[in-house]
Ligand binder design. Structure first.
Ligand code: HXC
Length: 517
């Protein structure tokens, strides 16, 4: 064999070794834990044969605790680039088979390299997390590595989409990288996220809690809102990433991909003409409205199990990605509260950062009253949503279906928050407050002094409702651009979006605003 062939042979052998990560035994163990390896995950994520791996020969440089005798080609992370549906994406997948995927100085350098390349090329970064946290043997160098990653997460925010999947442990300060990214997907059963684990919790607070109950996918998708998508398992998590990817652009200077639309744009939905119940206190299901108006009823909901009184997610109108924000009358009567406001605000800001028009469907009775909300800072949280809509410069189409009262009317993309097209159904009630509450404030004294207080209040309420609980009062002032037939909503929204395609609005120059955090 020539010396060149020998060298080629050596390269092939080194590559084979590197691809085994922590070795066959460790891979077996990973499978026994119900988890895929980093390379298997990347293969599921990217288009077949598109992955180009980088830094396969990087090794850690730590000599503490005999670490110099334990080295692995590539260290604990697989990095590189490839395509999803033909579009460039950068990826890193922590390799649990090498020191439990724990973060070393060199691992951080590998991750930072792909993040830097993603910024240079204007392409999204996807991180697949499965790690025991900072590599304990490396001490402060591991911490510095995390900080380097966080700094890049921050600078990339709003420039390129960043997506994190949690497919194993993610604990301690490590959780802050996913938290800084745009979307976090957790796989049920195998993943958890917490700042301090059950043992520390027990020591500090005396609380007994399992990993799952402290930071499993259920907890973060239902209670904390940290997780945007709870996947059934690791494979499902990858599928969700690919789906999500189809709705979003490569970067903040590009538009989301346009998809061929097979659903007639002028499709009438007769059911919508009868969906609003006669009684104003009876709910209906906003999902039915969303499903009826978007392309082929295909909706990718974000944070589906968190703050269900507001629905947010991606859909398409005539093949164009939009972000849907809708009150859900079926849950807490669609009221806005702290969690719903935070959920809505974050989604609106993502859409605005990445040129995704907003379609807002309004049926909101107001903000949830009470000490629970006030002590929780609902003023600040509600202001987040207000701020997010008000600063958004993407096309904004609002359709008011039924209630739109008081502060919540303003918050939900009203005309004065630079709503571009504000439509209302004939069933809309756009007013300072509902009729019953209003007459209590205005006519309680008059009613008390009369012989028949109930009749006085009922008469006044009927008068108030006639005057205000309709769309025409707002339309008279031009606050509503048109009152539309519900069954025609899809067509009217599509027309509005087509018209708004060339919209250009810029906010005043500033370093950055001061959103009420
Ligand atoms: C070095 C680590 C490691 C770590 C795991 N390993 N975590 N090596 N540094 N942080 C190694 C283990 O020694 C083991 O090596 C292999 O990875 C697999 O781990 P197991 O314990 O066998 O796996 P499992 O039973 O599945 O448990 C996984 C685990 C556990 C729950 C993650 O390993 C664990 O609790 N690790 C420590 C977590 C932690 O406290 N990390 C530091 C947090 S502080 P061998 O050779 O036996 O196969 C932190 C600060 C970050 O992260 C701050 C950022 C700002």
């Amino acid at each position: 064999m020539s010396s060149q062939l020998e060298k080629v042979q050596e390269l092939i052998e080194l590559r084979t070794k590197a691809r085994l990560g922590g070795g066959e035994k460790a891979i077996e163990k990973q499978h026994e834990r119900g988890k895929y390896t980093a390379r298997e995950r990347i293969a599921q994520l990217l288009d077949e044969g598109s992955f180009e791996e980088l830094d396969m020969f990087v090794q850690h440089r730590c000599t503490n605790f005999g670490q110099d005798k334990k080295t692995f080609l590539g260290d604990g992370v697989v990095t590189g680039y490839g395509t999803i549906d033909g579009r460039l994406v950068y990826v890193f997948a922590q390799d649990f088979t090498v020191f439990g995927g724990s973060l070393s100085e060199t691992m951080a350098l590998k991750i930072c390299k792909v993040m830097d390349m993603a910024m240079k090329m204007g392409a999204p970064v996807i991180g697949l997390n499965d790690s025991g946290g900072a590599r304990i043997q490396e001490g402060i160098n591991a911490l510095a590595g995390y900080a380097e990653i966080f700094q890049r997460n921050i600078l990339a925010s709003g420039v390129i989409p960043q997506i994190s999947a949690i497919l194993g442990p993610c604990a301690g300060g490590a959780v802050y990288s996913p938290a800084l990214t745009d979307f976090t997907i957790m796989a049920k059963g195998i993943s958890y996220m917490f700042l301090t684990g059950p043992k520390v919790v027990k020591t500090v607070t005396g609380e007994d809690v399992t990993q799952e109950d402290l930071g499993g996918a259920d907890v973060h998708s239902k209670k904390s809102g940290v997780c945007h998508f709870a996947a059934e398992d690791g494979e499902d998590a990858i599928k969700i990433i690919r789906k999500l990817f189809s709705y979003i652009p490569q970067n903040n200077l590009e538009e989301p991909p346009l998809v061929e639309c097979t659903d007639p744009i002028d499709r009438l939905e007769d059911s919508l003409n009868e969906i609003i119940p006669d009684s104003p206190t009876r709910p209906y299901d906003m999902y039915e409205v969303i499903g009826a108006i978007i392309d082929n009823g295909e909706f990718l909901e974000v944070q589906a199990d968190y703050a269900k009184n507001i629905i947010v997610g991606f859909a398409r109108f005539n093949g164009q990605t939009v972000g849907i924000v809708a009150n859900q009358p079926k849950y807490l009567a669609g009221v806005l509260d702290s969690n719903a406001s935070r959920k809505g605000a974050r989604f609106v800001r993502f859409c605005d950062a990445f040129n995704i028009p907003l379609v807002t469907l309004v049926d909101v009775p107001g903000f949830l009253p009470g000490t629970g909300q006030e002590y929780n800072g609902v003023i600040l949280h509600g202001a987040k949503l207000l701020y997010a809509y008000g600063e958004a410069t993407v096309p904004k189409v609002t359709v008011t279906l039924r209630k739109s009262y008081g502060g919540s009317h303003i918050v939900m993309s009203c005309k004065q928050l630079r709503g571009d097209m504000n439509y209302a159904w004939p069933t809309a009630e756009i007013a300072v407050m509902g009729g019953a509450g209003a007459v209590e404030v205005l006519y309680a004294k008059e009613a008390k002094a009369s012989e028949n207080p109930a009749k006085v209040l009922a008469d006044r309420e009927a008068e108030y409702n006639k005057l205000f609980c309709n769309p025409y009062n707002a339309a008279r002032y031009g606050y509503i651009d048109d009152v539309i037939e519900p069954r025609n909503t899809r067509f009217r929204v599509i027309r509005a979006l087509q018209q708004l395609a060339t919209k250009k609005v810029t906010n005043p120059a500033k370093k950055h605003g001061n959103i009420p955090l």
